[in-house]
Design a protein around this ligand. Structure first.
Ligand SMILES: [Cu+2]
Length: 214
């Protein structure tokens, strides 16, 4: 039989373990996501809060608890996630571990209201990383929303270079949405990390309407 003392010690150890477990959740290496406009993965997290886990997970997959971890090798468009695996960032190096975000369709995803012209885009950082640059792409006129997302569907619209230091929380990037992109388009945001081989890939499903100045 166990002594009363050993039972007491075991109970204390399990309490310590549970405290340590909850104090250091598994996203101990957390990163960032585009929060303005709301990215596909972050929308999943918001729908998780709104709909509950089961309903949100059915639509978005594992990203609902980890939108900051859409991480894969940098070097887009020459390298990075393969065609058809861009939105999931190849499953985020196992941190997301599914490809639900790669599903496509004109009505598959919740759209964010975006206007042509100036767009203020903001990342929410759950951990800061030294940064080389951010680069932004948008689907071309006539892209096929029912086809798997591939490089050929995108063109680059902005690059924000950085000096290898940490990004500043709350800083926005002002990019320009071309006036000939009306209706459903996808914006691809890429955050290149300076001191790793990786980058973060977020897509934004935008319903674009004409902005001022047209
Ligand atoms: Cu990180």
């Amino acid at each position: 039989m166990f002594s009363k003392k050993s039972v007491f010690v075991a109970a204390c150890l399990s309490l310590v373990c549970s405290v340590v477990f909850f104090a250091f959740p598994k996203e101990s290496h957390a990163h960032g996501y585009v929060s303005t406009p709301i990215s596909r993965g972050y929308q999943g997290q918001l729908h998780n809060r709104e709909w509950g886990w089961t309903a949100a997970h059915r639509v978005y997959g594992n990203v609902i608890s980890n939108p900051q971890s859409l991480e894969y090798r940098k070097g887009f468009p020459e390298a990075g996630p393969r065609d058809g695996r861009i939105a999931s960032a190849e499953g985020g190096l196992g941190q997301i571990n599914d490809f639900v975000l790669d599903e496509q369709g004109a009505d598959r995803w919740t759209k964010q209201p975006v206007k042509t012209g100036n767009l203020d885009l903001t990342w929410t950082y759950t951990a800061l990383h030294s940064t080389t640059k951010w680069h932004y792409y948008i689907t071309k006129p006539g892209w096929n929303p029912d086809a798997p997302l591939n490089r050929a569907a995108f063109e680059k619209i902005a690059e924000v270079s950085h000096d290898g230091s940490l990004p500043v929380r709350g800083e926005t990037h002002n990019i320009t949405i071309p006036e000939d992109r009306i209706g459903y388009h996808i914006i691809l945001a890429v955050w290149d990390i300076a001191d790793t081989q990786n980058a973060f890939y977020n897509v934004i499903d935008a319903n674009i309407t004409p902005g001022l100045g047209i």
